[in-house]
Design a protein around this ligand. Sequence first.
Ligand code: NAI
Length: 276
Amino acid sequence: MAEEVEIRGGVAVITGAASGIGTGLARKAIALGMKLVIADVRADQLDAFAATLDGEVLALPTDVRDLKAVEALAEAAWNRFGQVDILFNNAGVMATGFSWEIEPERWQRSMSVNVDGVLNGIRAFVPRLLEAGRPARIVNTASVGGFLPAPLMAPYSVSKAAVVALTESLHFEMQMIGAPIRVSLLAPGPVKSGIFDDPFGPHVDPAARGFVETMRGMLTANGLSPDEFAQRVFEGLAAGNYWLFPQPEAIDPLFERRAASIRDRATPQLLNFSEL
Ligand code: NAI
């Protein structure tokens, strides 16, 4: 078992920190006495958010699709604070529509941000964390969608399933080499955020429009606030959990149904999002 990471006085790096879940994680980390490195592709929004935080914060506009930019982020984190204790690979985007109609660029963007973005975080930070030789945590954000594929958001389901696999591979690799780095897979259920603010390409299918309205309504009605969500994430981290499912009450029945479907070779049934 790796030793526990330093929280108070430690350093957290959060990608996609200018909105939604990232802001909740940032506020919680500051409240716990952590120093922060926050990154987002939206520079203005990132700076405006950084100005609201009362603590030691380095805000660096970063596109997680760009490995060099993520390496520069890691470099800046060590230059400023001399250590990194928790890395949240949190940035992610949504794309909706029928699989065959979603424009190739939007498919690619989902894969680049959601998968390459996490991989770039791993590439840039793991060698430095190994060299530091201190206990550290890497938290990769997938989604319950990475376990429960849904219609009309295939790029999201596909990319998040990849994050589920990548994270578990990384976990085993850390174990194999005896690294003091623990890995966690974070799978949010509904959280109030901007994730459905820009889900369409130039072609908007009526089915996708209806789906997005349903999802927005579900987030408004059932979504946790980013702060409540972050509270649960840090509780899971303190417990040393690999699986971070902060909303088990919403997710577990759906997992059970899916596991039974595979076990019984039963054709998958359409997920009812109002159950989330
Ligand atoms: P959000 O849209 O409010 O925040 C995502 C942030 O990522 C935004 O600030 C955006 O500018 C940033 N971002 C997008 N592309 C980027 C890039 N190339 N480089 C750097 N930053 C980039 O959405 P939310 O919900 O806070 O999303 C955070 C994570 O949680 C994502 O990975 C998302 O897929 C995941 N998630 C969210 C759920 C929800 O209900 N809100 C449910 C399941 C997973």
